[in-house]
Design a protein around this ligand. Structure first.
Ligand SMILES: Cc1cc2nc3c(=O)[nH]c(=O)nc-3n(C[C@H](O)[C@H](O)[C@H](O)COP(=O)(O)OP(=O)(O)OC[C@H]3O[C@@H](n4cnc5c(N)ncnc54)[C@H](O)[C@@H]3O)c2cc1C
Length: 577
């Protein structure tokens, strides 16, 4: 077995997105004497999706808006599947968090002439509540968060990839994380009293996808292998407007933000006709799932642009206004030869976000003692559909809560002895490709991308999902026979690609398994063979666990702790405005 070294810390945070960095700051501020380590696959402040946030941050601040209204939008947008206590926590703590971001961390968001924060329209919301910094909000948030982390005595393990949760002897308490130091290729066990899983999910197994390249669902794959419960895994959100610039650029799939449709942008098919009003009375401002399906229907009908998608048009709003309001988007499109302000840009639905993830409680604890989770690695906050703007609110709200909880939790606790056999198995599994003849990982990856897009994508049915399940088994078998050519482990990107594929295959199987089980259509999950939304009052959510290498699914009833389908917590007056 390859050797590994051991380091220890009180609190280990995996990931440096909004969730990870907020957790680090809150834990440190709660108890500056704690030894806190942020371990991240990339460089702190330079990786993950929070940095890529364009549109903004949902929070009920303006007169006439309220957390209750935000809550109702989140629940109805999520098609009554969200965990209502998690959603409640989200909408209420977002108010505190946005003030923290501005007043304690130094973020500058756009303002109205009267000095109040400017809040823009996002689809599926009854109020304009999306706080932003132009259309590059994530860079503002992550830069300020990173500066604050750098300014404190918080340790960093950059270019460190977590590969396995290592339990204590009881198998249900965290003892540490096995990692690879990407710079040397050496294994390192980081022992910790508390660990936060904040690796940010990210459906990069689809042909068109938006998340950052460092994300390959590692956290979810680790959780699955550890036997933890994952919920709502069938719920994969497609953003309707991914840039479509042909197959030869990685810019294809990257997102053109929702604010474009919110501001009044039109979608046109290849015949230059608007089509969204034939699908939904809200037209282009319908929720993401509806718009993605509307576009996909045009694609299936062959009414497409040269690259096979549809167009977005903004020019009717006035090119100068568009250039001013959506500077980042205009520049991104220009880089790919499109004129967003004055012309037409080709777009395609693109896999954006996973509503599903690790089952967790409002205090961010999980089934394992000492293991906490926050951000996109978790499930339950958004149910069947995430509202645009609720993603970064989710990661910062629950990241902060996780930091507070962990700082308290570690008091008086000691490091647990780790299960040496599990540590050995983790290294053996990750090291496997070095003992095999090299193969074509790229081709495997392409086949995975096609499989998920064709058979487990925007529109699903039983036959397609069963085909996907079989194709995934074949791909997994093939991956286990493919090695990497270069025995040098330092910065061995082929090896990292192998590990990425392994994670993506694990999580793809969970998506397909859950999608087969849900025989109705809800939010992002649309079954062509079961197109109706059924039986809201008896809603259940899927919970998947891996046991003995096989996936097991359980249907758990949704607890309508605050409001039941068809009802509202708003007053009559609020509901009517
Ligand atoms: C292009 C784009 C635009 C978006 N726009 C918006 C928006 O306008 N509004 C909104 O609300 N949401 C938006 N989102 C969603 C939002 O970015 C996410 O919901 C949220 O930021 C996720 O935060 P996180 O901390 O959970 O994960 P991330 O910010 O993705 O961070 C994950 C971290 O984990 C690290 N990591 C991954 N694997 C490992 C591993 N094995 N070991 C160690 N570290 C690991 C990564 O390197 C990264 O640092 C957007 C997403 C994208 C991709």
């Amino acid at each position: 077995m390859q050797p590994f070294d051991i380091v220890s810390t009180d609190i280990l945070i995996l990931g440096s997105g909004g969730a990870g960095l907020f957790a680090a700051l809150h834990a440190h501020d709660a108890d500056p004497s704690l030894d806190i380590t942020v371990a991240v696959k990339g460089l702190l402040g330079k990786c993950g999706c929070t940095r890529m946030v364009q549109g903004g941050y949902n929070v009920a601040l303006a007169e006439g808006d309220s957390p209750e209204r935000h809550f109702m939008d989140t629940i109805t947008g999520g098609k009554w599947l969200p965990d209502q206590e998690l959603a409640w926590k989200l909408v209420n703590t977002a108010v505190e968090r946005i003030h923290e971001l501005e007043n304690e961390l130094g973020c500058f968001f756009d303002r109205n002439a009267d000095g109040t924060l400017h809040q823009k329209a996002f689809a599926g919301q009854t109020f304009d509540r999306t706080v932003h910094k132009g259309d590059l909000t994530g860079i503002e948030i992550i830069n300020r968060l990173s500066e604050q982390v750098w300014a404190r005595k918080i340790k960093r393990l950059e270019e460190h990839r977590a590969i396995e949760l290592i339990p204590a002897a009881d198998g249900r308490s965290i003892a540490g994380i096995m990692m690879i130091d990407l710079r040397s290729g050496k294994y390192r066990l980081v022992r910790a009293k508390a660990v936060l899983l904040a690796t940010g999910g990210g459906p990069t197994m689809y042909k068109f996808h938006t998340p950052s390249g460092d994300k390959s669902c590692d956290g979810l794959a680790m959780a699955l292998r550890a036997g933890l419960s994952l919920r709502d895994m069938e719920m994969v959100q497609f953003h309707p407007t991914g840039l479509l610039a042909g197959p030869d650029t990685r810019m294809t799939g990257t997102v053109l933000e929702e604010g474009l449709r919110g501001a009044g942008g039109y979608l046109l098919n290849g015949n230059h006709e608007r089509f969204m009003h034939n699908v939904d009375p809200r037209g282009e401002r319908a929720t993401r799932d509806v718009v993605s399906r509307g576009i996909y229907a045009e694609m299936r009908a062959g009414r497409t642009t040269p690259n096979g998608g549809v167009y977005i048009q903004m020019s009717h709003l006035g090119p100068d206004k568009v250039r001013k309001q959506f500077k980042g988007m205009v520049e991104r499109c220009a880089d790919c030869g499109f004129d967003l302000a004055g012309g037409l840009v080709e777009v395609v639905p693109t896999a954006h976000y996973m509503m599903g993830g690790v089952v967790f409680k409002p205090d961010c604890s999980t089934e394992w003692s000492g293991l906490f989770a926050a951000g996109e690695d978790t499930g339950g906050v958004h149910g069947a559909n995430r509202l645009g703007g609720n993603g970064v609110a989710n990661s910062t709200v629950f990241g902060g809560i996780a930091g507070d909880t962990m700082a308290q939790w570690v008091q008086g606790r000691r490091l647990l002895d780790y299960d040496a056999e599990r540590a050995r198995q983790a290294i053996e599994a990750a090291d496997r490709p070095f003992s095999l003849p090299a193969g074509d990982l790229h081709a495997l990856r392409e086949r995975l991308a096609d499989c998920m897009w064709d058979d487990a994508g925007i529109v699903r049915d039983k036959a397609g999902l069963e085909r996907a399940a079989a194709r995934l088994e074949t791909l997994q078998d093939e991956l286990l026979e493919v090695g990497v050519a270069d025995g040098n482990r330092a910065y061995n990107l082929t090896w990292q690609d192998w590990l990425n594929l392994d994670s993506l295959l694990h999580v793809s199987k969970a998506i397909v398994h859950a999608a087969l089980a849900r025989e109705d259509s809800r939010g992002a999950h649309f079954r062509e063979d079961y197109p109706e939304v059924r039986d809201l009052e008896n809603s259940w959510f899927s919970v998947i666990r891996m046991q003995g290498g096989a996936l097991q699914l359980e249907r758990r009833p949704v607890a309508f702790t605050r409001v039941s389908p068809g009802q509202t917590i708003l007053t009559e007056e609020e509901a009517s405005t």
